[in-house]
Design a protein. Sequence first.
Length: 135
Amino acid sequence: MGELPEDTLEKMIKRAKSISKAAYAPYSKFPVGATVLTADGRMFDGCNVENASFGLTSCAERNAVSHMISQGRQQIVAVVIYTPTPKPASPCGACRQVINEFGPEALILSVCDGPDILKKKLSELLPEPFGPKNL
Ligand code: THU
């Protein structure tokens, strides 16, 4: 499995935690932060944005991906997701699908308030994906 330099990972964790503070999560009270690393070494952050019409909520990961696209990048190397939990949480199915579009081999690292880090390749979290090549 690909590795990230320790300082890059630390920076991403810091950013994901920090952006979670901007989350709009009055209904779930579950703020999430995500930081995407692109092939050219840039980082883009996102937080979850809920809505009174609950189903319209956007997850932190998908908002980070939108942020990346808006800045002209399309190749995801890694994503760090922070949840305010004692154990790390894996990205939801919808976010796995969206990450697959831009980083089928991306490294997905989940961090939390405890010491554990969950580290998987997206291809492990989303085996046999439907993607651009299927069209
Ligand atoms: N959430 C994310 O932002 N990312 C995930 O991968 C899972 C869930 C958000 C959506 C909602 O605002 C809150 O967490 C509770 O589900």
